[in-house]
Ligand binder design. Structure first.
Ligand SMILES: Cc1ncc(COP(=O)(O)O)c(C=O)c1O
Length: 393
């Protein structure tokens, strides 16, 4: 069965739980995307910009020292080498071209770590669109450099002061703005969450990661990997890697969520959450006994979100993927391990997936692994410095 179904459901997850006012814009978006997918000019333009502007295909790099250290065979899918420093540009290029296809002149976006905000501001410059980015005050504080980058690129960064002042609140604010200005505004969502068709659309634009990785591993190893490992925030880099391997049932998928400080203060929506509704979709969410969304925490701003894309909830329920957690402290060790062994400084989000390899190595010595290195660590240096006394970096 092709997923999602025509109502946007992946099994029992997804759909569109939206106010009446959003119904017509989501219908318009669905129609436009269906047309764009078949449009040769649209497809050619996307391929052109992914290659010439963003720098695709990214390398599948054999991490020799890390492999020797952990006694695994590890390949890194180097999304960190893309323009703007993370996988987010794949989706932003796709959606900005879609906005143009629909004749919209203005984009809005939400951001947590600032990577999606930067990629949205970048594509807005590239295609001459105006751009407003909603960002929680807490994230503005901890990702200052990315705020500066967005401003240099001519975007307006709008501080969000409600709730925990992080990604969830930025997303709610962006949705409110979209309802108010739908005529000229395109909401460029940054991950595989939100109402139908966003989870599908973002997954499709990010699938380039897995499509390339599949070809590359076959060329290098003559077989598919045993494990695909990626960090999961909203779920876009992981779904982008996993999806093209969906039917290869021998390839195991591992999604690494943010274990934060402990089991009460984290952002691990699948591991510690339960089904509920957030930002227009039914999915796993962190909520209390009264259905109120819980406060979350992660050292990685890009993982600090109380929900997850509905397709991941489906993968979890159907056991197609296994979800686990890595704590703040462990992620900082993962950050250090990759920097020291390979000379590659990872984003703190990706560092969660890296640390998980240590756990995998204990049980599956010698396994062939592809890890999605979703971004580079430049944006996180100040945070790592704050933790330095504890982590002895
Ligand atoms: C480098 C990096 N990796 C991963 C993520 C998590 O997002 P997603 O789960 O959508 O890939 C983010 C989010 O900002 C990010 O900046």
């Amino acid at each position: 069965m092709a997923l999602p179904d025509k109502h946007g459901y992946f099994g029992s997850f997804g759909g569109s739980f939206i106010p009446e006012t959003l119904y017509s814009c989501l219908t318009e978006l669905k129609k436009a995307y269906a047309q764009a997918k078949k449009d040769k000019v649209f497809k050619d333009r996307l391929c052109y910009y992914l290659k010439e502007y963003a720098g695709r295909p990214t390398r599948l790099y054999y991490a020799k020292a890390l492999s020797a250290h952990l006694k695994l065979k590890i390949y890194l899918k180097r999304e960190d080498l893309l323009h703007t420093g993370a996988h987010k540009i794949n989706n932003s290029l796709g959606q900005a071209l879609l906005a143009q296809f629909m004749g919209k002149k203005r984009i809005i976006a939400e951001t947590g770590a600032g990577q999606h905000g930067v990629s949205a501001a970048t594509v807005a410059r590239l295609f001459g669109l105006s751009c407003d980015v909603y960002m929680g005050e807490e994230d503005i504080r901890r990702q200052r450099m990315n705020v500066f980058r967005m401003k240099i690129l001519g975007a307006r960064v709008i501080p969000v002061t409600s709730g925990a002042k992080t990604l969830k609140d930025a997303c709610s604010e962006a949705m409110r703005e979209w309802v108010a200005r739908v005529r000229d505004t395109y909401y460029l969502i940054g991950s595989t969450f939100g109402p139908h068709p966003y989870p599908t659309l973002v997954r499709d634009f990010q699938s380039v990661i897995g499509k390339e990785a599949r070809k590359e591993i076959l060329a290098k190893e003559g077989r598919l990997a045993d494990y695909l490992v990626a960090c999961v925030g909203g779920g876009s880099n992981s779904m982008g890697l996993f999806y093209p391997f969906f039917k290869d049932t021998k390839v195991k998928f591992i999604g690494v969520e943010a274990g934060g400080l402990n089991k009460d203060l984290n952002s691990a929506s699948i591991t510690h959450g339960e089904p509920g509704v957030l930002h227009g979709a039914k999915t796993f969410v962190l909520q209390d006994a009264f259905g109120q969304i819980k406060g979350t925490h992660s050292v990685a701003a890009g993982l600090d979100y109380p929900g997850v894309g509905p397709e991941h909830s489906f993968y979890h329920e159907s056991r197609r993927a296994y979800y686990t957690t890595v704590s703040d402290k462990e992620a900082l060790q993962g950050f250090k391990m990759l920097s020291e062994l390979e000379g590659i400084i990872p984003a703190l989000e990706s560092a969660h997936a890296i640390y998980y390899l240590k756990k995998l190595a204990k049980q599956h010595r010698g396994a062939l692994v592809i890890l999605c290195l979703s971004g580079r660590g430049d944006k996180d240096l100040e945070i790592v410095q704050e933790y330095e006394p504890k982590t002895k970096i």
